[in-house]
Design a protein around this ligand. Structure first.
Ligand code: PMP
Ligand code: GLN
Length: 384
């Protein structure tokens, strides 16, 4: 039997490749984005409590009511909008599922989807698997802000969807009020939906605020906001996320969601519902990660790498084009094998592998691990 690939240009994700290489080489893994420390023991205790309480059968398709209520209240607290927990919130198996289901909900064969690059790898695959056509728009090279003129000129009568992500993986760019204004103008009078990936919503630095698309009435009407508890509570392995969208959109979204996974792990939903009720559990996240970012940057300053301090997320990009001509994939591999520090080459976030000689490091690690990685990076000159 010959199988015709639906994703002929896709290989194993770079996150899997680099994490495996880090393991094989015994390197410090600053590649794949996951915390190098455990969740709050209080949250872990809550999971044990609910596991033992016997809530171990299927959850309702849209998620348990308590979690949807807690999430609605959190949304009101953070963004001034109280979603209707009955009709506008669906709990998903990670943000990855929320993104896939949202994209699948709106795209038909031949529809175009705008993707800003560099982009998280799941967007393009989800568009293609649903018969859509990805239209790639590069972010500005200088600061990774959105080139709105390019966006406007990429819109056609076939444009059905725009996928956006703030705080941005891998660059850390955080959308401004002006970005939201430009987006609103772009889609006003047009039948374009938005999928807004906000998984790093609570990780913004230097006094910046995350501007959720839920915070404006006009944008909210056309948007699927996708989030993840994995990022916020240091539990990426639990794969619990959500989608918030207006009732008519959520109704269609749920039809898709119910046949991707039907429902999401039950006892963890109960634990999250209780834990989420206390705002301190997410409001402390920005300063927690800001000190890790600062520690990482103090060390990077002592190398010849160029950077601007990341505005959000738990990633820092650095560029090295002024030091060497070596490609980013090759340098990442050499760094892992010789310096024993793993990172992600940013060319993997471009559909055409465009290499701007930029590397991405995840600083969601314990201080001692970050310090040891920095000591090793100080020997970068030896491998360039
Ligand atoms: N979007 C972005 C931008 C991400 O970095 C990630 C990383 N994990 C996801 C979505 C997926 O989130 P989840 O693990 O909840 O599926
Ligand atoms: N979001 C994580 C990152 O950007 C990776 C998640 C994954 O491995 N798919 O590193």
């Amino acid at each position: 039997m010959n199988i015709r690939s639906k994703l002929p240009n896709t290989g194993t994700t770079i996150f899997t490749i680099m994490s495996q290489m880090a393991k094989d080489e015994g390197a410090i893994n600053l590649s794949q984005g996951f915390p190098g420390f455990d969740a709050d023991p209080q949250l872990l205790d809550l999971v044990s409590k609910y596991l033992k309480k016997g809530v171990n059968q299927y959850a309702p398709m849209s998620g348990i009511e308590q979690l949807r209520v807690s999430l609605a209240e959190k949304t009101a607290h953070c963004y001034g909008y109280l979603p209707d927990f009955q009709h506008e919130i669906t709990i998903t198996s990670g943000a990855t599922e929320a993104l896939y289901a949202a994209i699948s909900t709106v795209l038909r064969s031949g529809d175009e989807a705008l993707i800003l690059e560099p982009a998280y790898d799941s967007y393009e695959a989800a568009v293609i698997l649903n018969g859509g056509i990805p239209i790639h728009i590069p972010l500005k090279e200088k600061d990774f802000s959105v080139d709105w003129d390019r966006v406007r000129s990429s819109v056609s009568f076939k444009t059905k969807l725009m996928i956006i992500n703030s705080p941005h993986n891998p660059t850390g760019y955080v959308w401004t009020a002006e970005d939201l204004k430009q987006l609103a103008e772009l889609i006003r009078e047009r039948n374009i939906f938005i999928v807004s990936d906000e998984v790093y919503e609570h990780i913004t630095f230097d006094g910046r605020q995350h501007l959720s698309l839920l915070s404006t009435e006009e944008l909210r009407q056309k948007t699927f906001v996708c989030g993840s508890f994995g990022k916020t509570f240091h539990v990426t392995g639990w794969k619990v996320g959500y989608c918030i969208a207006p009732e008519a959109l959520s109704k269609e979204f749920r039809k898709v969601h119910q046949f991707i996974t039907f429902s999401t792990v039950t006892p963890i939903q109960y634990a999250l519902a209780e834990y989420l009720a206390n705002p301190i559990h997410y409001e402390s996240l920005a300063s927690f990660y800001e000190s890790k970012r600062n520690l990482f940057l103090e060390g990077i300053k002592q190398t010849d790498l160029k950077f601007s301090a990341t505005q959000g997320s738990f990633f820092q990009t650095v560029s090295y084009g002024h030091l060497s001509e070596i490609g980013d994939q090759k340098l990442a591999e050499r760094m892992c094998k010789k310096l024993k520090v793993a990172c992600i080459p940013v060319s993997s976030f471009y559909h055409d592998g465009r290499d701007n000689q930029i590397l991405r490091f995840c600083f969601a690690k314990q201080e001692a691990e970050l310090e040891e990685a920095l000591n090793r990076l100080h020997r970068l000159g030896e491998i360039l």
